[in-house]
Structure formats: structure tokens, C-alpha cells
Write a protein that binds this ligand. Structure first.
Ligand code: SF4
Length: 426
């Protein structure tokens, strides 16, 4: 099969644009609502006071967190969502955010269903400065309940003389503009201490773009300092290394989680949309590193990250199955055509298609008894974690067994995580 030109792929997708998706039959459960909001976005009614009640809209890292952070009420758990608001496709959404006397509501104008939500509040520490003078919100931001920090220089795939950046990404437009280009260990520690004390953060996620070979070394001083002086669970997302001993070293220093963004399972889409990753890394390098870390750390500790809504559905399904078989958990991002990216004019995926994807995530994790959602207070807003998809269970015996097993595991693991979140020097 030949590589399709962007325009061919774009017209394929246009056939499954949100306007072509059938409206939901009735009330959506929290996971369904989250999926639909991520696909369609939300318009903000003038009754809303986002500046006073919500977190500012910020574009950091790849830019995916550029939306409005909200919490969807649910039983047994609330779900966090970062709903697109600024991209042009949001003009067609059926969702509207309104402020009522009782609080905020998402109104679905197709069905007239109203969903109570809360806006994620702006942390007080966002406006404070570190002792080095940096604004803390330019060091790290909250995405869901996780502290997200970009480490290292701007991804080298954004080199102006020879750009090879991933086509959906806007990192090169954000680092140095909406966040600090250089982050000292001290700046990061002070920000993390504030986020832990005031926002109850349990997990810090360090990510980066391509930093050259052995780029992973750049994060080592930050991991060590967080473990010694703050006491948080640490996740790392860098491009993969050839030298697997670097992962051993990172694990020794205290990393609890690695994620590997290979984005597309289909090699033709991988080559077409990820020119830098194709030229300098290759998809199999992501696979090798993910499989190695998964073997080393244990099942459910590593994630494989993909984007749904660009490559054919059957490839997304294959990617999910491959990741779970490797003992990792699939973190599936719904494609968002970000303003400023090369794909800004592509249509977002259709809700019905994405619902099928996340039902597949749930079933695959359950069928392989993959432990998900075990670590405390990790709520992701940019995508659906596998434990968000528990709302898509249909109540079979296998579902009930899986959910009960995970509840037991969650309780049994509490002392382990409490130990891991103790600063080592105190
Ligand atoms: S590797 Fe790709 S997605 Fe990551 S920062 Fe670089 S260009 Fe963006």
C-alpha cells in the first residue's frame, strides 16, 4: 500500500467528521461524555466566569492541554477532561457550558441533557515565583491532577533549518513562549513542593521531545531531587534509547512509570506524520524500549501512547492489543487538530468511532487482567486512562470479577505507594 498524501487522508477522515456521527440516543455516562467532549469541544456561555472560577487555558508541551479543565461528576469516580474550546471545529459542537445558581452544567443541545460539572480551579502557586525568579506556572502546570513538566531544550525535530517535527505537534511554538525554556532543578523542586502541599499532587510527569541520543540522562537530576526532597511518584516520557541500561539507571533513581509515544501502529502513517521519529528512531525502537521497561518494571507500569482518529481503526485496535500483550497499558489520545500545527485543518474524529476504540481498550485490558488505576489520585484530563473506561463495562460476570479484583489491588497497594511518596531525606 502506498503512503497516502495528507489531503487523501484528510478526505477519508472528513467522511467520519462529527457532523456525520449519529447523535447519542440519550444520557451519556461520564466516560461517554468525556469522549464526546474531547471529540467535539465545548462552547462557553457568557454566563460563565472562567477567569475567576477556572484554570487559565495554557499551551505547554505538545499543546494538547490547550482546552478547559473540567471535572465530570460520576459514581464511583469523577472524570477529568480537557475540553477543546479554541480550535475552529468547536464552532460545530452541540455542547455548551452554562453557569446556573447550583453551579456549572454542560448542556447537550441535541438531547437537552444537562450534566453537572466543576471547573478545575486555578492553583494559588501558579502566580508565585521560585527563589530563582521563575513564575511557577511556567515551570509546571496541572493537567488533571498530575504535575506536568517539560524538560530539556525544544525538541530537536523543530530545528528551523531542517524541521522534522511530528505533524500534529506544537511543542516548537510553546517551549520558551508559554513555559520556561530552561528549568533548573531548584525551580522544579520548589514548584513540585507547592503543587504537592497545596494541590495534593501525587504524580509528576516529566516529558521531552527529541534531545539526541542519551537524552534520558537529562531527567536524572530531576528524578533524584524529586525523590529525595519532595516525594512524588515519577513518570517519564522521552523518546526511546538504544542503550537499555539507561532505563535501569532511571529505575534505580526512582522512576515509577515510563511512557512511549509511538503514535501510530500503521507504518505508513508513522512515516508520513512523524518524519523525525522515522528518520532518527523508527517505530521498532519504541517497541523495544517499551517491552524492555515493561519486563523490568512489571505489568501495568509502562504505557504505550497512540493517537486515535488518524490511522485506520483496525490499526488503532492492533496497537491497543499489542500494547496490552506487552504488559503495558494503552494511553489513547483522541486526535485534536491544534491551531498552529501542520494538521490544524484536519477534522477531529467522530464520537462513535472513538467510543468503539475505548470499548476496545476496556475489553482488552479486562481480558488480559491488566491492573489499571491502582496508583493514588492520578486523574488524566487529556485522554481516557484505562480506568476511565471502566464506565464502559456492560455488567457481565467477567466485568464484575475484574472490577472487584482491581478494588482489592488498589487497597492492598496503598502502603506501597505511601512508602514511594515519602521524601527520602526526611
Ligand atoms: S517528538 Fe514529535 S510530538 Fe514530541 S515534541 Fe518532538 S515533534 Fe513534538
Amino acid at each position: 500500500m502506498s503512503i497516502q498524501s495528507p489531503s487523501t487522508i484528510a478526505s477519508d477522515e472528513r467522511r467520519q467528521s462529527p457532523s456525520a456521527a449519529p447523535p447519542p440516543a440519550g444520557r451519556l455516562n461520564p466516560a461517554e461524555l468525556k469522549i464526546d467532549l474531547l471529540c467535539s469541544g465545548i462552547r462557553i456561555d457568557e454566563s460563565c466566569h472562567i477567569d475567576e472560577d477556572g484554570r487559565p487555558l495554557v499551551r505547554t508541551r505538545a499543546g494538547l492541554g490547550s482546552g478547559l479543565e473540567m471535572i465530570i461528576s460520576g459514581d464511583p469516580r469523577d472524570l477529568w477532561v480537557n475540553a477543546p474550546v479554541v480550535e475552529p471545529f468547536v464552532g460545530k459542537t452541540s455542547f455548551r457550558l452554562q453557569r446556573e445558581a447550583s453551579g456549572y452544567e454542560v448542556v447537550d443541545q441535541r438531547t437537552a441533557c444537562r450534566y453537572p460539572v466543576r471547573l478545575a480551579s486555578k492553583p494559588g502557586w501558579y502566580d508565585r515565583r521560585t527563589s530563582g525568579g521563575a513564575l511557577m506556572s511556567r515551570i509546571g502546570t496541572l493537567q488533571g491532577t498530575c504535575l506536568s513538566i517539560y524538560i530539556g531544550e525544544t525538541c530537536r525535530f523543530w530545528a528551523p533549518d531542517h524541521p522534522m517535527n511530528c505533524k500534529f505537534c506544537t511543542t516548537g511554538l510553546n517551549v520558551g513562549r508559554d513555559e520556561e525554556a530552561e528549568k533548573s532543578v531548584e525551580d522544579v523542586i520548589e514548584t513540585a513542593l507547592a503543587a504537592k502541599a497545596e494541590s495534593g499532587v501525587t504524580f509528576v510527569h516529566f516529558n521531552s521531545g527529541y534531545q539526541g541520543t542519551r537524552g534520558l540522562r537529562k531527567v536524572f537530576p530531576y528524578i533524584e531531587a524529586i525523590k529525595k526532597r519532595v516525594g512524588l511518584l515519577v513518570g517519564v516520557q522521552f523518546t526511546p534509547e538504544q542503550d537499555m541500561t539507561l532505563y535501569d539507571e532511571a529505575i534505580r533513581r526512582g522512576v515509577e512509570h515510563f511512557s512511549f509515544c509511538f503514535e501510530f501502529h500503521n507504518l505508513e502513517y508513522f512515516r508520513q506524520y512523524l518524519p523525525g521519529k522515522t528518520a532518527l528512531l523508527g517505530r521498532d525502537m519504541f517497541f523495544r524500549a517499551m517491552e524492555y521497561c515493561s519486563r523490568k518494571m512489571g505489568r501495568g507500569r509502562v504505557s504505550g501512547e497512540i493517537i486515535a482518529g488518524i490511522e485506520p481503526m483496525q490499526d488503532t485496535f492492533r496497537a491497543i492489543e499489542y500494547i496490552v500483550r506487552a504488559g503495558a497499558f494503552p494511553l489513547v489520545c483522541i486526535f485534536r487538530p491544534l491551531i498552529g500545527s501542520e494538521m490544524e485543518n484536519y477534522p477531529p474524529p467522530a464520537y462513535g468511532e472513538m467510543l468503539r476504540v475505548f470499548r476496545h481498550v476496556y475489553r482488552t485490558c479486562r481480558n488480559h487482567s491488566l491492573p489499571v488505576g491502582i496508583a493514588p489520585n492520578i486523574k488524566v484530563s487529556l485522554s481516557l486512562q484505562p480506568d476511565d473506561t471502566l464506565y464502559l463495562a456492560t455488567g457481565t460476570l467477567a466485568d464484575r470479577f475484574y472490577l472487584t479484583w482491581m478494588e482489592i489491588l488498589r487497597k492492598a497497594m496503598r502502603p506501597y505507594f505511601a512508602r514511594r511518596m515519602r521524601p527520602r531525606l526526611q
